[in-house]
Design a protein around this ligand. Structure first.
Ligand code: ATP
Ligand code: MG
Length: 503
């Protein structure tokens, strides 16, 4: 047999398209060529594969070896095809049996000594292997990630020799299957740590229940960063489908996937010096940015006006559509990015505008210029604008006489409201489409009048109109009320403060 075919998988966006590794061994001067537009890393794989085969005491055929990675127009990167290439050479030169190889997909990088090294982006590969009813041969370190997939059969190995012994039936590797999920919540911080700020905590409860965007405005040291950091402690856990989407993104990112607590919604807090590529994604074969890593979870932008305005403007599209398209010269990638935006800023350049100390001396022009760094269209996409004033010393020292509510207590209410929304519309309220808003957020005649008045008086946009309705829906859900009452609606309108004062 001079031809062998091995299945492997590449990476394109968050997908893992099939790559067929065809190895042909023919008589002629000894040479090895890889075709199919491989990048530099794939070329290096020649040397690794040769080393791995020789050091595993196999023979490296002294013939003309041609390797084709198909389809040719697929971007291919990294050493992920090493194992498939090595197995292809061994099979084509008759050193391991070819029968049954088509029941496997193979992925993994080889060391010169033949050890299998872990690769990134294993979860999307595992999902596809499962969908195609093939077993997945992979580096042992990648087992936990692949084992998140229901119905998968994993053959983990640490060395090329182990794989070959398995394929030739000399020593079978024990297959691994889906592992039961661990879902212990281990938060070291809690909303009870924050004294006072009850209206802010209420707003966080609403935002968490409906997935609404929220902006905090307040002087330094009033607890804005502290409050935002506690949002994850009250967010409902992800559904398995959501967790898999988010995990697939983390899996192909530079940081990789942490399989512990994988049902916990992602929470990302990039620094304001982050580049556009880091925030929205980019690179030659595009990788996801912070907004995609926050998919199904929250993105916290602290010190919002300090972010590059251009970078902030890029957020407008995903905030509306829930995904981002990254175009590079030759390639395009589309990543999901349905995240909840939480932001914080000071009210003016010195930070103390409106503070009881009266120490702010910023001119109104300075204030306007500072706030204009956050554009109107971006602000329009933020459902809740909140003032976070300084809490009185007494409250800061002692907290509430009844004790502060814990995250667990708040989370119970959030989960109840979220369940109502999911049962009704199949998703969090913030993600409802215009059509669904019409269906699920009906108002009484009185309600319509109130909202129209507010629209006129504050000059609210049509987008704000829909966003207010969704927010009012969540407030009603928290009160376990089927109709949206006037109190729910007026609370929702009350959160759109900046539509009035910053103009
Ligand atoms: N309401 C509060 N309850 C308990 N501690 C608080 C409260 N507000 C502030 N603190 C204390 O003040 C510190 C600073 O708060 P934090 O960093 O959240 O302020 P900030 O509003 O983000 O300020 P800045 O605008 O300067 O970023 C907290 O780490 C905490 O120790
Ligand atoms: Mg802060």
């Amino acid at each position: 047999m001079a031809l062998a075919v091995i299945y492997s998988r590449g990476r394109a966006g968050i997908d893992a398209p099939l790559v067929t590794v065809e190895v042909h061994v023919a008589n002629g001067l000894p040479a090895l060529s890889i075709v199919g537009l491989p990048e530099a890393a794939v070329k290096e794989s020649k040397d690794r594969v040769r080393g791995a085969i020789l050091n595993s005491r196999f023979e490296f055929p002294a013939q003309r070896i041609t390797i084709n990675l198909a389809p040719a127009d697929l971007p291919k990167e990294g050493g992920r095809f090493d194992l498939a290439i090595a197995l292809g050479i061994l099979a084509a030169s008759g050193q391991i049996p070819t029968a049954g190889l088509d029941r496997y997909e193979c992925i993994g990088e080889l060391s010169l000594g033949g050890e299998l090294r872990p690769i990134s982006g294993v979860l999307p590969v595992a999902i596809q292997a499962r969908n195609n009813a093939r077993k997945l041969l992979l580096p042992r370190e990648n087992t936990a990630e692949a084992a998140l997939v229901d119905g998968i059969e994993i053959i983990p190995a640490s060395h090329l020799l182990e794989v070959c012994a398995h394929l030739s039936g000399q020593s079978l590797i024990q297959p691994q299957f889906q592992q039961p999920l661990q879902n212990t919540r281990t938060d070291s911080i809690d909303f009870a740590d924050v004294h006072g700020q009850y209206h802010v905590k209420r707003a966080f409860e609403i935002a968490a229940a409906g997935g609404h965007n929220l902006l905090m405005l307040g002087p330094p040291g009033t607890g804005k960063s502290m409050l935002a950091a506690r949002l994850p402690t009250i967010l409902p856990l992800l559904s398995e489908k959501q967790a898999q989407e988010s995990a697939a993104i983390a899996s192909i990112s530079d940081q990789g996937l942490d399989v512990t607590n994988w049902l916990k919604p992602p929470y990302r807090a990039p620094h304001h010096t982050a580049s556009a590529a880091a925030l929205v994604g980019g690179g030659g074969n595009p990788r996801p940015g912070e907004i995609s890593l926050a998919h199904n979870g929250a993105l916290f932008l602290d010190e919002l006006p300090e972010f590059d305005r251009k970078v902030l403007e890029v957020l407008r599209e995903p905030l509306e559509t829930g995904h981002i398209t990254i175009s590079r010269a030759s390639r395009q990638a589309d990543f999901p990015a349905r995240f909840q935006l939480i932001a914080a800023m000071n009210p003016c350049p010195c930070g103390y505008l409106g503070d009881v100390s009266g120490r702010c001396h910023c001119t109104s022009e300075q204030v306007m210029r500072y706030r204009a760094r956050v554009s109107g269209p971006l602000l329009d996409r933020i459902d809740m604008h909140l003032e976070v004033p300084r809490v009185p010393h007494e409250v800061l020292r002692k907290g509430s006489p009844e004790g502060e509510e814990s995250s667990a207590t708040i989370r119970a209410r959030v989960e109840a409201a979220r369940n109502i929304a999911v049962t009704r519309g199949g998703k969090a309220n913030a993600a409802l489409t215009a059509k669904e808003v019409k269906q699920f957020c009906p108002l009484s005649e009185q309600g319509h009048q109130l909202l129209e008045q507010a629209m006129d008086k504050f000059g609210l946009s049509n987008r704000a109109y829909h966003r207010i309705l969704k927010l009012a829906r969540t407030i009603a859900d928290l009160a376990n009320s089927e109709p949206i009452e006037i109190t729910h609606l007026s609370e929702a309108i009350g959160y759109r403060k900046l539509d009035r004062s910053v103009k």
